[in-house]
Write a protein that binds this ligand. Structure first.
Ligand SMILES: Nc1nc2c([nH]c(=O)n2[C@@H]2O[C@H](COP(=O)(O)OP(=O)(O)OP(=O)(O)O)[C@@H](O)[C@H]2O)c(=O)[nH]1
Ligand SMILES: [Mg+2]
Length: 129
């Protein structure tokens, strides 16, 4: 099976909280929490995909990001490669553009959310485990 390549962004607010979104009902894995992002389109770099997805989903313009971690995960129906980047700067105001719930949460609060399975390695990396 081909691996689906996904750009994922970690954005912090001025209090050091992270931006998370809840997948909407029409999605696979509905109601699971995730970090904003999405699949790379043909010919796109990870940075281009990240900029496009953040514009489409949460309405901000990312101006700088750096790699955090790459995670391969096998779901029952698909294999994904998550290219996770830390967002260093952006312009605009975060808002939900696709009907998804958005929240700013602390690292401790991440445990209370029902995340996509593939995200445990990301959360460990954020905690420096
Ligand atoms: N955006 C995002 N996607 C993630 C995360 N973790 C994770 O496993 N994924 C997986 O990455 C893939 C890409 O997500 P997506 O929202 O662009 O695409 P999708 O699968 O909903 O679209 P589709 O149902 O039309 O194929 C999904 O299979 C999703 O489960 C995450 O933190 N953020
Ligand atoms: Mg998406």
């Amino acid at each position: 099976m081909n691996r689906i390549v996904v750009a994922v962004g970690i954005v912090y607010d001025e209090l050091g909280r992270l931006l998370v979104g809840q997948r909407v009902v029409r999605d696979r894995y509905f109601n699971k929490w995730e970090f904003p992002g999405g699949k790379l389109e043909d010919g796109e770099s990870v940075e281009q995909a990240l900029v496009r997805e953040f514009q489409e989903e949460v309405g901000i313009q990312i101006t700088a990001s750096e790699p955090l971690i790459e995670v391969n995960h096998e779901y029952p129906d698909r294999s994904v490669r998550l290219l996770v980047r830390t967002v260093l700067s952006y312009q605009g105001q975060v808002r939900s553009l696709e009907g998804q719930a958005l929240a700013w949460v602390t690292l401790d609060e991440l445990d209370e959310l029902d995340f996509l399975q593939g995200n445990q390695a990301i959360i460990d990396a954020l905690r420096g485990v």
